[in-house]
Design a protein around this ligand. Sequence first.
Ligand SMILES: Nc1ncnc2c1ncn2[C@@H]1O[C@H](COP(=O)(O)OP(=O)(O)OP(=O)(O)O)[C@@H](O)[C@H]1O
Length: 303
Amino acid sequence: MSRSFIEVSQLAKRFPGPKDGQPLTVFENADFTIKRGEFVCIIGHSGCGKSTIMNILAGLDEPTEGGIIMDGKEISGPSLERGVVFQNYSLLPWLSALKNVMFGVRARHPQWTRAQVYEHSQKFLGLVGLTGGAEHRKPAQLSGGMRQRVSIARAFAIQPKLLLLDEPFGALDALTRGTIQDELTRIWSSSEQTVFMITHDVDEAILLADRILLMTNGPYARIAESVVVDIPRPRQRGEIIHDPGYYKIRNHLVDFLTNRSKKLSGSQSDGSTNSPITVRPALDEVQSDGRPTSPRPLVSVAV
Ligand SMILES: Nc1ncnc2c1ncn2[C@@H]1O[C@H](COP(=O)(O)OP(=O)(O)OP(=O)(O)O)[C@@H](O)[C@H]1O
């Protein structure tokens, strides 16, 4: 039996092209795995297909080919085992912040009393700093950052096995962003949750992730590399930059985004799988072209 929590196999997504045109192949033959409890970030230029992968993981979209197994079961449709935080909040506009969170908690724990649901929801709203009356306001009466915090509280409160985060902190000011990143790390490290997060922020990815998947430009995008963040935890925002591996990882990511994401960008696949190579910049296990110094079996970090 496989030890992977998530196994993405031969995944392809094609959208219909403009009238009479060729279909748009966003990616094809994508293969990667995620371990239970792992925190994985994915980075790539706009339009490469990150949200498409996340939507398929969430069960909100279907692949054109291939499939995803989570915890031994094929993903098919949305489930409370997978909690999603989108850039655009996706709150129910007619419910208060508190009732938005309670709605999710009640669905997850239908046997709980109203008091239990209320207490649990208030606790998670408190964790994201939404108390003192703000929790009784409806989404339209909250700022963008506050709405995003409600959305984060709702996803955390459901305590899904897999937390899917699509640029969850984009709308937040730097201070709130830092606080919620810390909360996310705390909640994640004290649970068995697995996190898959899209971000455009390389520093955020290094702070939070065990591994960072790097995606080339599309169409025919590939997850070209799996970069291991060999920096011990707990990681402190102010101190992480002093870790000897920090700038090696950062430079590697920036070089990928500015140079290699375009050079490596895909063309139609010959049918072979597109598995990412594993690189460990902090351990100097990477060459100037981004390839590992010695071929390292993927299972070493991504079983
Ligand atoms: N429903 C759709 N119909 C047609 N094309 C689509 C559809 N959804 C996405 N695409 C195209 O698929 C490609 C990948 O889109 P996707 O949103 O996954 O990219 P992304 O990497 O998440 O981008 P961003 O970082 O800007 O959010 C883009 O070229 C996009 O235009």
